[in-house]
Ligand binder design. Structure first.
Ligand code: FAD
Ligand code: SF4
Ligand code: SF4
Length: 492
């Protein structure tokens, strides 16, 4: 791994050798700029961000790799349709304010999306440069450039314009990315907006799920403060479905429309013996204790964390990587990621798996936990694991794990973190039977408007899609906002 100093030195050299107006050939010859990172040996002892972000020189070099394709294939891969070549062009001109304006026409959260978007499956997947090299790792690093612009502009970003007051009121339930995007666009149209959040902190998974070392919470707070400055009202500690129902919001509290963005926060379990032992956690609980309650700050945190030595994390997705890397930072000596397929089939981003391995997490693949063993105090003392092999592809297109009979073995652990996915929270469904849901409990919405089966109630994000991504949730929030604005125009 190159040090940040070497990456910067090489970028400076490339920049000084570039002609004033580089040709397509010059651009194609520029090597991809690596992301400077904290050294793994250092970073496992702190919660600070792993990826340090491009310096100005590095961003200029990377931006010069963009060929400014006329047909903009990358834009088709961005769920909110950011004009990618246009903002990258502004970077090459060192017009960072201009770049920020272009990004903000489509996304209010560039500092966040630039960090956590699975770009390799979205904008960068379609990048001509990556395709030319037949290597996705050589695509223009759109996300990193977006992050650079957001970090560089930061406090100077302008607030969007807000239309004159319409006198109409919209309630937004939940404060994750779907709700944030919806609230901002509805407010821009001049409606008054109140966001109701069950927790004491706004931001949804951005605040309680994704760890500080991947997404610093000061950035989430800063993005949310923009919404407050736009006049959006935030009501914390309000559990819709308990404190107020959707019907009460509309019939008694005078809300003209409601957007539900309550996410997929109900952890799934494996239903194997021993899952009720004391030191078995859902990844949600484990990460919430660390991120939201700051359990790692042992001197100040009111919620302590369980001191682990040997941790097994069940699952192979991004959430499993986050839980495993958090466990290491909380002092565990051994962290095994127990996954029933191989590394290639892991649903987590390649970069997240690489970071986990660099930091010392072990990948125990082709392994299916079948029982968690407890001691006399009700604490975990080990896990019985069955070996697997890969069979024929299943419905997901990946080769299915097939358990090998008689291959069970036991490994000692004192903590288990179950991270095999999340389902939607059933509370609103139970208290608002008018809203139709599918068999998974996700809200069924009109494809064009995101309106539910209850008139005036719209929904988006993970509550509709199942556990998905930040930018897909934002895309849904924006689509619903456009439909809400139209609905209110007709209602007026
Ligand atoms: P959420 O972000 O889940 O927000 C829902 C909010 O609604 C929560 O704050 C919740 O408290 C609140 N709420 C729920 N019920 C009620 C109620 N009844 N009343 C009031 N409030 C309520 N995606 C990526 O793109 N990149 C990543 O790197 C990534 N990493 C992830 C890591 C983790 C640990 C997790 C859990 C998810 C990750 N995701 C990632 C997925 C992504 O965060 C989600 O897809 C996205 O946050 C969904 O947004 P949302 O607005 O639909 O819901
Ligand atoms: Fe790419 Fe995400 Fe940015 Fe869109 S928001 S350009 S998908 S990084
Ligand atoms: Fe630039 Fe790649 Fe988009 Fe083309 S596809 S405009 S090279 S980012």
């Amino acid at each position: 791994m190159k040090t940040p100093e070497i990456i910067e030195k090489e970028a400076r050299e490339i920049l000084s050798s570039l002609p004033e107006t580089p040709s397509a050939k010059d651009r194609a010859a520029i090597p991809p700029q690596a992301m400077p990172q904290q050294d793994p040996a250092v970073r496992i002892h702190n919660m600070s961000e792993v990826a340090l972000g491009y310096t100005e020189d590095e961003a200029l070099v990377e931006a010069n790799r963009c060929l400014q394709c006329r047909n903009k294939p990358c834009v088709q891969g961005c769920p909110v349709g950011i004009d990618i070549p246009a903002f990258i062009h502004r970077i090459t001109e060192r017009d960072y304010a201009g770049a920020m304006d272009i990004i903000q026409e489509s996304s209010l959260l560039p500092a966040i999306c630039g960090r956590v978007c699975p770009q390799e499956n979205q904008c960068q997947l379609h990048c001509t440069v990556g395709r030319m090299h037949k290597d996705i790792d050589k695509a223009v690093a759109i996300g990193r450039l977006e992050r650079f612009v957001a970090d560089h502009q930061g406090d100077e970003a302008k607030l969007p314009q807000i239309a004159p007051d319409t006198g109409l009121k919209v309630a937004v339930v939940g404060s994750g990315p779907a709700s944030i995007a919806c609230a901002a666009d509805v407010r821009r149209a001049g409606h008054s907006v109140t966001v109701f959040e069950a927790l004491h902190k706004m931001g949804g998974v951005l605040s309680y799920g994704i760890p500080e070392f991947r997404l610093p919470k000061r950035l989430v707070d800063k993005e949310l403060s923009k919404l407050e400055a736009m006049g959006i009202d935030f009501e914390r500690n309000v559990l819709i479905g308990r404190t107020r129902t959707i019907r009460e919001l509309m019939e008694e509290d005078g809300y003209d429309a409601v957007f539900v963005g309550t996410g997929a926060g109900l952890p799934k379990f494996m239903n194997i013996p021993g899952e009720n032992l004391i030191s078995v956690f859902s990844a949600n609980e484990y990460l919430t204790r660390s991120n939201l309650m700051k359990a790692y700050d042992t001197e100040h945190a009111l919620t302590p964390y369980f001191r682990s030595h040997r941790v097994a994390v069940f699952g192979g997705g991004n959430v499993a990587m986050d839980a495993a890397r958090t466990a290491l930072r909380l002092g565990a000596e051994t962290v095994d990621i127990v996954y029933r397929r191989t590394r290639e089939e892991m649903p987590a981003r390649k970069e997240e798996v690489e970071h986990a391995v660099e930091e010392g997490c072990n990948l125990r693949t082709l392994s299916q936990p079948v029982e968690i063993l407890g001691d006399e105090n009700g604490l975990v003392k080990g896990v019985v694991i069955r070996r697997c092999e890969l069979g024929e592809p299943d419905a997901s297109g990946r080769r299915a794990p097939v358990e090998i009979p008689g291959s069970d073995y036991t490994v000692e652990y004192d903590t288990v973190i179950v991270s095999i996915g999340n389902a939607s929270n059933p509370l609103i469904k139970k208290t608002t039977p008018e809203i139709e849901t599918n068999r998974r409990g996700n809200f069924i919405v009109d494809e064009k408007t995101n309106e539910t089966s209850m008139k005036g109630v719209f929904a988006g994000g993970d509550i509709v899609l199942g556990a998905a991504t930040v930018i897909l949730a934002m895309g849904q929030g924006r689509k619903a906002a456009a439909a809400i604005n139209e609905y209110l125009r007709e209602k007026k």
